[in-house]
Design a protein around this ligand. Structure first.
Ligand SMILES: [Fe+2]
Length: 286
């Protein structure tokens, strides 16, 4: 190893790990080392730039808490999260999109036609659709787990200090025998990802904004199917074409329509002002 130089060091580092031959770990590690070394050679990285990168990562760690994962945010704004969602979407299934930082796995149940908005300020939106398999068959009893921001672009979980219940604006709805679901909620507004930390510095350095297009979050599950984590967006709303975390896909955009007196709507506890329709498609498990 004493004859090591900038061209032989990559193989030397790869060989220094005694990971199991043919294992996934070996493949991930060796590929990472190759790309990291290639990046360094290709950019002729200086010492100042090298320590700058390491200090940036250090700052990401320093500002992270159990409620704030700056590395996930970094992954989001670099399109890393979106790319992982894209390559893990199964053919025929609804495209995946960001989980985001605010998911709780024990949301309260909401009956079909129930209201998630609970009288909050903002337009009442009827969300309805069907959960189907990739052949178009309805999936009875599919589980729709949803969470969202309010009409000011805030998640109640962010406002617990001012007395908000962290379980507000989140619910689990079970589809009917025909895979259909419907409920009302408040129309969410865009919000900014946190930009008071190192990722915010990165966005400013790149003259980028921190806004997310308004969206509803979903995890859809059904026995025998691969669950999907995704988001629903609304045509014509702000930042739909430049979402800060690259979450928007054409197939995830639905149309917002004002409710007309002549509309035939499913029964709801609260009368909606607007409506949208979105069908989810699940691929078989395995
Ligand atoms: Fe979100």
């Amino acid at each position: 190893m004493r004859d090591i130089n900038q061209f032989t060091i990559t193989e030397a580092v790869k060989k220094s790990f005694r990971t199991e031959e043919g294992s996934r770990l070996k493949f991930l590690l060796e590929t990472f080392i190759e790309h990291l070394h290639d990046y360094t050679r290709e950019t002729n990285l200086t010492h100042a730039e090298w320590i700058g990168i390491l200090n940036f990562l250090y700052d990401c760690g320093q500002i992270s808490t159990p409620e704030r994962h700056e590395f996930i945010l970094l992954s989001d704004v670099l399109g890393f999260s979106a790319l992982v969602d894209m390559i893990n979407t199964r053919g025929g299934a609804t495209e995946g999109s960001n989980l985001g930082p605010f998911y709780l796995d024990d949301a309260p149940r909401l009956h079909l036609g129930g209201d998630l908005g609970k009288g909050r300020e903002g337009a009442v939106l009827l969300v309805q659709g069907q959960v189907r398999d990739s052949l178009g068959n309805p999936i009875p009893g599919a589980v729709i787990d949803t969470w969202q921001a309010d009409s000011a672009g805030t998640y109640p979980i962010q406002e617990q200090a001012s007395g908000q219940d962290k379980y507000d604006l989140r619910a689990i709805v079970t589809a009917d025998d025909n895979g259909e679901y419907w409920y009302t909620t408040v129309l969410p507004k865009p919000y900014t990802v946190p930009y008071d930390g190192p990722v915010g510095r990165l966005l400013r350095a790149g003259q980028r904004h921190a806004w997310r297009a308004s969206h509803l979050h979903y995890i859809i599950r059904a026995e025998g199917y691969r669950p999907i984590t995704t988001e629903m967006f609304f045509e014509g709303t702000d930042y739909i074409d430049n979402d800060a975390v690259f979450g928007v896909r054409r197939s995830l955009i639905t149309k917002l329509e004002a409710v007309k007196k002549t509309d035939i709507l499913p029964p709801t506890d609260v009368k909606p002002d607007a409506k949208c329709h979105f069908d989810f498609v699940l691929a078989p498990a395995g």
